[in-house]
Design a protein around this ligand. Structure first.
Ligand SMILES: Nc1ncnc2c1ncn2[C@@H]1O[C@H](COP(=O)(O)OP(=O)(O)O)[C@@H](O)[C@H]1O
Ligand SMILES: [Mg+2]
Length: 402
């Protein structure tokens, strides 16, 4: 029996029929289910096959005595924790001591009144219940502490990553610049010369040479694509590590302008059949203290994510909207893609989490968005469903400009 749930069931073992009837009548109306046993053996069998919150045992019974029931049960279940009390005519101090030595919570000697029995049963049941509640509370606390410790480790890891990324980016950017510079020179300056020399040589007609002439430009392109990809990741990480700007550096801007700019910037990189629906609100109440470039970056990241999600749709559509309340400016972006399933949703704000094929996503987009919005004392939430993904951004309104 583990200390983890209440059954509201109490066992009373009493061999004497009259006493049993008296007890049955006496405990009626108490909010527990009472199970009566007529002998010690009967009591042991019942305890072994059912859950009880309290055992009330007569000491003298035919076969096993009340004490022996507990002794046997302890042998069979050494970890047993159910409270038990003895109810008996034996009032010798030896017997009382033995009962308590066995671990009884109470020992009631005859004569007793029914009021006394009822109160003692209730008290011990309440105590047991509190013990179970405390136990479960302790377990909850233990798992909460573990969860918090895990979160701290994760937060620490992310903070370290943020601090390290600026340095790492510098280290990666230097050789990258140099690779891409050299490739450019080789492609534009060296290759035409090499091509000329090779074509003029007597071996120019051999397949091997032809192969080199064909493959070399492709290899340059391959190197360029790789370098561009490294640059995309390093740029993303740079923004990630620098995105927590101080609020004093932010200036009042109209969010309407950020949206139109973001649409213009993304137009060339998203497929032409993607419809971007946005009706600019007429009134001018959309001012927030922001770093407009960073907020545009958030909008661009979200638009690009949506365009990826709706690539295979018949009428791929992205709807943007801007709303203003007394103290907030709310920007929403909704697409008609598949939305984000729950198991993916748990991870989308994690840096480097992506469900996209290698080369298409860095997994930094949403982590950057969150960093930027947090630095603006705003909030960004996923508010979509299976009809499409939706992200909502709330930014504090700059009242002076409203
Ligand atoms: N509009 C969207 N619709 C469906 N899934 C999305 C959308 N936006 C983001 N996601 C999911 O969130 C993941 C993380 O996005 P993000 O951090 O921008 O990284 P990336 O775009 O490089 O994968 C994506 O890989 C995708 O699974
Ligand atoms: Mg993205």
């Amino acid at each position: 029996m583990t200390l983890d749930r209440i059954s509201n069931r109490i066992l009373i073992a009493e061999d004497d029929r009259t006493n049993r009837m008296f007890l049955k009548k006496g405990v009626s109306g108490l909010p527990y289910e009472f199970v009566f046993a007529e002998t010690g053996d009967d009591a042991l069998e019942k305890i072994l096959s059912d859950d009880f919150d309290l055992l009330v045992l007569d000491v003298n019974m035919p076969g096993l005595s009340g004490f022996e029931v507990i002794q046997k049960y302890k042998e069979l279940k050494p970890d047993f924790k159910i409270p038990f009390m003895f109810l008996t005519g034996q009032s010798e101090s030896d017997s009382i001591s033995k009962g308590f030595a066995l671990g009884a919570v109470d020992y009631i000697t005859k004569p007793f009144t029914m009021v006394e029995i009822r109160l003692r049963i209730k008290t011990h049941h309440d105590l047991y219940k509190s013990q179970i509640e405390l136990n479960s509370y302790a377990k909850d606390m233990e798992s909460l502490a573990k969860q918090r410790a895990d979160q701290l480790v994760c937060a620490d890891r992310l903070a370290t990553l943020g601090t390290m990324s600026a340095g790492i980016m510098h280290e990666i950017n230097n050789p990258t610049t140099f690779i891409s510079g050299n490739v450019q020179i080789m492609k534009s300056k060296f290759f035409p010369v090499i091509e000329k020399i090779i074509k003029a040589s007597p071996e120019s007609e051999t397949t091997k040479v032809k192969y080199i002439l064909e493959e070399m430009p492709k290899m340059f392109d391959g190197i360029n694509t790789g370098v561009a990809r490294i640059k995309k990741i390093t740029d993303g990480l740079k923004t990630f590590s620098r995105s927590s700007k101080k609020i004093e550096q932010l200036k009042p801007h109209c969010l309407k302008k950020c949206i139109t700019n973001s649409i213009t910037f993304t137009k060339s990189s998203i497929p032409s059949n993607v419809q971007i629906e946005y009706t600019e609100p007429a009134q001018n109440t959309f001012f927030s203290k922001i770093d407009s470039q960073q907020i545009e970056q958030v909008m661009i990241n979200l638009i690009i994510n949506s365009s990826h999600a709706i690539e295979e749709k018949n009428s791929p559509t992205i709807k943007l909207s801007l709303k203003s309340t007394d103290n907030e400016v709310i920007f929403k972006i909704k697409d008609n893609g598949p939305g984000i399933p729950n198991d993916v949703l748990e991870n989308i704000w994690e840096p480097f989490f992506t469900t996209k094929v290698q080369g298409k996503g860095t997994g930094l987009g949403l982590a950057i968005c969150q960093e930027i919005i947090n630095a603006h004392s705003g909030s960004i939430k996923y508010t979509g469903d299976s009809s499409g993904a939706e992200f909502s951004i709330h930014l504090p309104k700059e009242l002076a400009y409203a």
